[in-house]
Design a protein around this ligand. Structure first.
Ligand code: SF4
Length: 187
């Protein structure tokens, strides 16, 4: 399935109950040759209204964080575990994640990234390992299937608790070092 077909299929998806309350499917954005894929847990209110991932206050913070290490939407792909907003921003249920994860897997297959960065606990538990603890394991790296995985705090968590920001700054610098080591057209 190519990008256009995948996106068109996803935009019409009714595979889980989140389709009943969404305004827009938030497929993901970024260049299709990006070497770094960021994955959050799911769209929030602003994302649901616009169809773009990470566009509210947390999205602005993410953009600011990425700018520190010369990354952004121009050279990274940004997506979520679930493509439709869970009501009242609750965590996506396991059944919803299982219904939706195939889209992210196909996106990753088409993209073939060198690095996947999980933003927050939900994405890290789904993509890295079930017992991932974001407070303990953020900033660590592991390789699976030829792709390097890491996780950092979700920007929403950084908005709620500024004391986590120094840790995230260190995680960003580790990401910058890994990108310099293995990426070919990402700074
Ligand atoms: S969250 Fe995913 S699986 Fe559920 S309806 Fe939306 S696109 Fe389909």
């Amino acid at each position: 399935m190519d990008w256009e077909t995948l996106k068109a299929t996803c935009l019409q998806c009714t595979m889980c109950p989140l389709c009943q309350t969404r305004h827009n499917v938030v497929f993901g954005v970024g260049p299709t040759d990006a070497e770094i894929l960021f994955v959050g847990e799911g769209p929030g209110e602003q994302e649901d209204l616009t169809g773009e991932p990470f566009v509210g206050p947390a999205g602005k913070l993410l953009d600011d964080m990425l700018r520190i290490i010369d990354l952004g939407r121009h050279n990274c792909y940004i997506a979520n575990i679930v493509k439709c907003r869970p009501p009242h921003n609750r965590d996506p249920l396991g059944t919803e994640q299982d219904a939706c994860i195939g889209y992210l897997r196909r996106q990753a297959k088409l993209l073939n990234p060198k690095i996947i960065v999980c933003l927050g606990r939900i994405a890290a538990m789904k993509l890295i390992r079930e017992d991932f603890k974001i407070t303990r394991d953020h900033g660590t790296w592991e390789q699976k299937g030829g792709i390097w995985f890491t996780a950092m705090y979700h920007p929403s968590a950084l908005l709620r608790d500024v004391s986590k920001r120094p840790d995230t700054f260190r995680d960003l610098k580790r990401l910058q070092a890994k990108a310099a080591e293995i990426c070919t057209h990402t700074p």
